[in-house]
Design a protein around this ligand. Structure first.
Ligand SMILES: Nc1ncnc2c1ncn2[C@@H]1O[C@H](COP(=O)(O)OP(=O)(O)O)[C@@H](O)[C@H]1O
Ligand SMILES: O=C(O)[C@@H](O)C(=O)COP(=O)(O)O
Length: 422
């Protein structure tokens, strides 16, 4: 099978989000963790490469993404998708813009679109401004994100300093007129030298129009949702064959560990809810970790009944996060917690856990790398953008779900367990 769409995601939860939405079509989606060291042997129609480049130095993110592009080209892909966060998580330097420009250079294309909208999860774009639910991005809890605080809601203003070429907008009034009108707007902007076009979308119908108008672009960029219509469009175009293989879910026992390193408002609510169900839990304190190391939590974990799905979490409110960061530094506090949760994942797996639930994008990247996972098959969707996945770790079959900090409802941790029991 030749790859029809080659996707590159800037973090691991983002990659499973995208893979999960593409897999809604029923077509097999293969997700690779990092750039495979071997050339593709049996590539899937949809290949997603998960990088951990969202907060990496710009040059590193660009180099890794270019290498991922080369691998996907070897798999036969001619169309590509650059997936970043639906809340446009980035710094003034990047990495969304610089990576997009590097991919455009390599693909020899002079225009791409930016559409992080994900209406099912409350992300919408109107007149180039990104909303989280009813709040502008900069007034949403994303203003306090530990690594990429988002303090502006205007996507052209956020993107401008990250790119060298002009930015522009195709607004909702154009999208509402359909794919032809959108294509005409994109052509007009191209004539004016606009390389980077933010496209408004407030509902799934808008995403179908955008995907329809842009499906033959060498490069599309966005959150996961604008890619969701692509499999059906490719099937209709005959680019994709209808008899592609389906995913198979292995039967695994229900021993579970829940690991939460996200500090988003939603994850705070999910942790509080899960604790209220009576689940055993251990809260990591970054300052205590610098003094005592991971020994105490690993001892606690060794004494837990994994059939009752215990929780280890660093999830905290913005004040506590800031206090830890002031003492340890932002990166050091994050890395310390990521390393500790990763050690817990390995310890739990070795003690028999076959289901691992992880909350947080960076956290998921660290845990997945430490578990030595290289490829995942996509299973049932627990919440919009959060599927169960099946993979191998240490020679064992495990089920892994990587939850974006902001995704899922309050009951996510129990929802995830229930999904595999049905
Ligand atoms: N209590 C805490 N103090 C400081 N940093 C924390 C704390 N808890 C978690 N972190 C760090 O915050 C970051 C959260 O990012 P991430 O895992 O991507 O979550 P999200 O998906 O919500 O963005 C991680 O690097 C994590 O280690
Ligand atoms: O697009 C999204 O919102 C997610 O797929 C995503 O990228 C999540 O990132 P984290 O919030 O860091 O998990």
């Amino acid at each position: 099978m030749t790859t029809v769409l080659g996707c590159i995601a800037d973090d691991f939860t983002g990659a499973t989000d995208l893979a999960g939405l593409l897999a809604r079509s029923g077509v097999r989606v293969s997700l690779r963790i990092g750039i495979p060291s071997e050339p593709p042997t049996d590539p899937a129609a949809f290949e997603v490469i998960a990088l951990k480049s969202r907060t990496a130095p710009v040059t590193e993110a660009v180099a890794e993404t270019r290498a991922a592009l080369k691998w996907l080209q070897t798999a036969g892909a001619k169309r590509f998708f650059w997936k970043y966060c639906s809340t446009f998580d980035s710094t003034p330097e990047g990495n969304i813009g610089p990576v997009a420009e590097a991919l455009m250079d390599d693909l020899g294309t002079d225009q791409t679109i930016y559409c992080p909208a994900f209406p099912e999860n409350g992300r919408s774009i109107f007149m180039g401004n990104l909303f989280v639910g009813q709040q502008p991005l900069s007034e949403s809890p994303m203003k306090d994100h530990p690594l990429t605080p988002m303090r502006d809601s205007n996507l052209m203003r956020l993107l401008g300093p990250q790119v060298t070429k002009a930015t522009g907008l195709a607004d909702r009034l154009t999208v509402a007129q359909g794919a032809q009108a959108l294509r005409a707007r994109l052509d007009t902007l191209k004539g004016q030298g606009v390389a980077h076009v933010v496209v408004d979308a407030v509902a799934n119908e808008d995403l179908y129009v955008i995907a329809d108008a842009c499906r033959d672009m060498p490069l599309m960029t966005g959150g996961s949702a604008v890619a969701m219509p692509l499999p059906a469009l490719y099937l209709a175009d005959g680019v994709l064959s209808a008899d592609a293989p389906k995913a198979v879910a292995p039967k695994l026992n229900d021993t579970t560990i829940v690991l939460s390193g996200s500090c988003s408002a939603m994850t705070n609510a999910q942790v509080a809810h899960y604790k209220a169900t009576g689940a055993a839990s251990y809260q990591l304190d970054p300052l205590a970790l610098t003094e005592n190391g991971p020994g105490p939590v690993l001892d606690w974990l060794a004494a837990q009944d994994l059939s009752k799905a215990p929780l280890v979490y660093a999830t905290a409110n913005p004040e506590s996060v800031r206090a830890a960061q002031d003492k340890l530094g932002v990166a050091a506090a994050g890395e310390l917690i990521e390393a500790t949760l990763s050690a817990c994942a390995v310890a739990a797996r070795d003690a028999g856990a076959r289901r691992i639930i992880v909350a947080g994008g960076e956290t998921s990247g660290a845990v997945t790398k430490t578990l030595g996972v290289t490829q995942l098959n996509i299973g049932a969707e627990i919440a919009p953008g959060v599927p169960w996945t099946y993979c191998q770790s240490g020679g064992l079959d495990i089920a892994l779900t990587l939850k974006s900090g902001n995704f899922g409802s309050e009951t996510f941790f129990t929802d995830a367990q229930a999904k595999l029991s049905t």
